[in-house]
Design a binder for this molecule. Structure first.
Ligand SMILES: Cc1cc2nc3c(=O)[nH]c(=O)nc-3n(C[C@H](O)[C@H](O)[C@H](O)COP(=O)(O)O)c2cc1C
Length: 436
């Protein structure tokens, strides 16, 4: 009987439309007809819970440009509303919603998260983002997205304020003593008078502290400002690392920032994105990827690449080598993805078509193809190297790739004693082993 190792891996899954591969919806058995049905997302979360995942996670983009016939309405449901419905058909799996500090009202956002955290007795997390596109800004009385410095300055105040609202009063101040005619103990429910640059909030919240203290705070920045914010507020971060070298670099940058933060002893958990194609044989796994890549809508893929590298590459020769790109120091767009693309080019000297294939699912996250043993071998390398406390699974197809992961990879991880065989605690914090 394999001994359960002290350190356990954690698993999250980013639920997105029909899957993260751009051609996923084109497959004959895809779920495209169901992406507007809550039962679809409820059943995906039940698959993740069957695999003892720590959490299901919804990203968010608050716009739908809908310019091209192939544009996916991936954000059909608001993340918090979607997770509330999911919470009613699951019992353990954590529920992570993306919240934009650039567009959200902190009083409303904290109240929605706290409410769901009480409803689920402590299963909630939130992914703080500063948002990425001008399209979203146009939906929020802005002409364009504020510059990154301003977005992260506002995000810092937003995160501090969310914590004040999460912790503004404890439910033991709710007395409901009929004889004494006391409903509450007002002295324990005080306003905090937040008077900042971006927000003025009197407080307290309408909702007391949550059963797990406060929702788990996730973050996904990659720039200096993004990592500094994570070092100050995040319990865990999502990252984009194509290879071990990039993952080590990210872990190092994050740890250096934590050392400079108030609580320099904190260990922030890192969840690199992970794309898996698994089969009973390597050939079977490669065939699953090839079947999707063959359907890749080149025009859409080139458009996404143009966004990632902030230059129009729609007329690039598809079977020629990728033209030289400027170094990251000269790049003004979202840093994480760009660094990853430069790593892929450095590692594989790909043709444009091959690069699009690597970016086709998730846009450059670590990609593993093979048998369960081969894939878990690589997951253990990152785990043992201390660059991954868990992985943020980005299934190329949904539900297919998630079901494959739960059926083939989770048992291999359990066999090696690096993943739970049952949920011990109830709260998301307990799943992650977060003591405070
Ligand atoms: C796994 C993952 C999920 C993300 N989810 C979102 C999202 O839902 N909405 C969003 O606007 N940005 C999202 N981002 C983008 C980040 O918040 C961030 O803007 C990006 O990583 C670039 O980092 P920077 O902001 O520090 O430049 C995500 C990034 C990663 C790696």
């Amino acid at each position: 009987m394999t001994k359960t190792k002290e350190k356990q891996l954690h698993l999250g899954v980013l639920l997105y439309g029909c899957g993260h591969h751009q051609a996923a919806w084109l497959m004959p058995n895809s779920s495209v007809e169901h992406i507007g049905e809550i039962s679809y997302y409820q059943s995906l979360a039940q698959v993740a819970e069957k695999g003892y995942f720590d959490a299901v996670f919804f990203a968010d983009n608050q716009s739908f440009p809908a310019k091209n016939a192939s544009d996916m309405p991936a954000f059909w449901f608001d993340p918090v509303v979607n997770l509330t419905a999911i919470s009613q058909v699951t019992n353990h799996v954590g529920l992570v919603a993306t919240i934009s500090s650039t567009f959200s009202n902190p009083f409303t956002a904290s109240r929605q998260l706290l409410s769901l955290d009480h409803i689920t007795k402590g299963r909630v997390g939130w992914n703080l983002v500063t948002s990425m596109t001008d399209f979203e800004a146009l939906n929020h009385s802005m002409e364009e997205l504020p510059p990154r410095d301003k977005r992260y300055e506002k995000a810092d105040e937003f995160a501090a304020l969310m914590n004040k609202l999460f912790l503004s009063w404890h439910s033991n101040a709710f007395l409901h003593q009929r004889e004494e005619r006391k409903l509450i103990n007002p002295s324990n429910i005080q306003p905090f008078h937040h008077d900042g640059t971006y927000f003025k909030v009197h407080g307290p919240s309408t909702t007391p502290k949550s059963p797990q203290g406060k929702p788990v705070s996730m973050q996904a920045g990659a720039s200096k400002q993004g990592i500094a914010l994570a070092a100050k507020y995040a319990d865990a971060v999502y990252s984009v690392s194509w290879n071990l070298k990039q993952a080590k670099n990210f872990r190092k940058k994050l740890d250096e920032q934590v050392k400079q933060s108030e609580d320099s002893s904190r260990h922030i958990k890192v969840f690199p994105g992970l794309v898996t194609y698994v089969g009973h044989t390597r050939e079977e796994a490669l065939a699953k990827k090839a079947a999707l890549d063959e359907q890749l809508p080149i025009e859409t893929a080139l458009k996404q690449l143009s966004f990632f590298i902030q230059q129009d590459c729609s007329n690039w020769e598809i079977d020629q080598e990728v033209p030289p790109l400027p170094p990251v120091e000269e790049f003004t767009g979202p840093v994480g993805r760009y660094e990853t693309i430069l790593e892929i080019i450095h590692d594989t000297q790909p043709t444009v078509r091959e690069l699009l294939g690597y970016l086709s699912a998730g846009g450059g996250h670590h990609t593993l193809i093979g048998t369960p043993e081969e894939i878990v071998d690589q997951m253990e390398v990152w785990f043992e190297a201390g660059v991954a406390d868990g992985f943020n699974l980005m299934p190329p197809t949904l539900p297919g790739s998630l079901e494959d992961f739960v059926e083939l990879i989770v048992p291999e991880m359990q066999k090696r004693g690096i993943f739970r065989k049952s949920y011990e605690g109830h709260t998301f914090r307990e799943h992650l082993g977060l003591t405070k």
